[in-house]
Design a protein around this ligand. Structure first.
Ligand SMILES: [Zn+2]
Length: 436
């Protein structure tokens, strides 16, 4: 079977597994880590694709490197495997199963939160790790206003088989996020229906937007082998998945967000997912130095979901308090099942990778427990300080510096305080929640 075919089938299975809109056929589950992730809540599955894209893009660009006579593949962590090899990837992508075919590494696309895109390169070759390179990128991005609100309005594109209603669901969510956080990007949002030819046309726009025009170096590759394929697959499988793209390297950097038709979700959920993803756009706008600590991994998802729920409550799309109470129950249940394991174990993607082999708990630590870590920090300060001071100040002060400045304690000290909080009574815990 051709690689693309294998990938398509795998992705198809994942998309089916992720969709709760339609009954999932009782097929034998593929024996891959991905299915574990696929069992989690729908919005998490959507988000998983987004995260996976980060490492997916990196793997893909590596596959482009002309292979020598040896049809070997290089794993994400830098190891070389021979053609025909099957197994788990390493490094940032170690939660995915891969196979090597003739120099091309194909992998499942589940969430291995790619905390630092460059950290992988660092492990391969130290020349990418010197601070000069990082400073240069930071200076360039800051000079281009990457971390500042843009006056360019977010644009929306949909496939021709969808109506404006589909776009409106996403637009409502993005707008709620923009109203609170400000407009970052420039951002273009793509909503994909089920017409593959229409999706191809949208994919052409995406590849041009995200890769510097139709004459850009990676335009064709994007269209035929990378996200273009993924966009067409969303249409082919009526996928509910989504991904984001942060094109920092462009002369005029921009961001994009692609999502399957949100009308297939229960009412309100499509908009809530859009807010969650918009928080990631915002987090990435405030990430200029890949070598900095930045947001600890346990805050990336937790803070995205916390704000999505909070703003959704204001819009009538979700019950913030109920959702947080449910998250608390799950987080406490996890704590009972795995005493001694906590968010401190998933501070970076490397530590998360190590934990992955010990328990099936990294997703819940990132989401449910991370939502409560966010709640604790918001309660210590305020919603505005958390989102509008702590996150943007990471650019100038670094992840640790901004954390200490705004929360008045080190990340290490926070772990102790949070541990104590998590072992107090449910009543005390729920009492810290802000009221939207
Ligand atoms: Zn997310």
């Amino acid at each position: 079977m051709k690689l693309t075919k294998v990938l398509a089938v795998l992705i198809g299975m994942l998309v089916l597994a992720c969709s709760s809109a339609a009954p999932v056929p009782a097929e034998p589950t593929p024996d891959i880590d991905a299915t574990v992730e696929a069992k989690v809540a729908q919005e998490r599955a959507v988000d998983a694709t987004v995260q996976a894209k980060v490492s997916g893009t990196l793997s893909a660009s590596e596959a482009k490197t002309p292979s020598t006579t040896q049809a070997a593949c290089k794993l994400t962590g830098g190891e070389t495997v021979q053609s025909g090899w099957t197994g788990e990837d390493t490094g940032n992508n170690s939660c995915n199963s891969c196979f090597c075919t003739d120099g091309v590494l194909g992998c499942t696309k589940m969430a291995c939160p790619a905390h630092l895109a460059l950290s992988r390169d660092c492990s391969l070759d130290n020349q990418y790790c010197n601070s000069e390179g990082g400073d240069e990128t930071s200076t360039r991005l800051i000079g281009l206003g990457w971390n500042k609100p843009t006056s360019v309005q977010t644009t929306y594109l949909r496939t021709s088989d969808l109506s404006d209603d589909s776009v409106r669901v996403v637009e409502d969510g993005i707008r709620a996020g923009e109203d609170y956080l400000g407009s970052y990007g420039p951002l273009r949002v793509y909503v994909i229906g089920t017409d593959v030819e229409a999706a191809h046309i949208v994919a052409m726009d995406f590849c041009s937007w995200a890769y510097g025009g139709v004459n850009g170096d990676n335009y064709e590759y994007c269209l035929e082998s990378d996200q273009g394929v993924e966009i067409r697959e969303i249409a082919e499988y009526a996928g509910s998945n989504a991904f984001a793209q942060h094109s920092r390297e462009l002369e005029t950097p921009n961001q994009s967000f692609v999502i399957g038709n949100p009308l297939q979700f229960e009412s309100g959920l499509g908009s809530r997912i859009a807010i969650h993803e918009y928080v990631h756009i915002y987090q990435n706008a405030n990430k200029v130095d890949e070598n900095d600590f930045g947001l600890p991994l346990w805050l990336e998802e937790g803070s995205a979901e916390f704000l999505a729920l909070y703003l959704s409550q204001e819009e009538g799309w979700a019950d913030f308090r109920m959702a947080m109470a449910e998250a608390l129950e799950s987080a406490k249940d996890l704590q009972e099942r795995h005493p001694g394991i906590g968010i401190q174990d998933i501070e970076t993607s490397e530590s998360r990778d190590a934990l992955q082999s010990i328990c099936d708990c990294t997703g819940m630590l990132q989401y449910e427990t991370g939502q409560w870590a966010t709640a604790w920090l918001v309660n210590r300060t305020s919603l505005d300080i958390f989102y509008k001071s702590y996150i943007p100040d990471i650019v100038d002060l670094g992840g640790h510096g901004s954390f200490e400045k705004h929360f008045g304690l080190t990340v290490q000290e926070f772990y102790g305080e949070f541990d104590e909080f998590m072992s107090s009574s449910t009543g005390n815990q729920l009492a810290i929640l802000p009221i939207p």
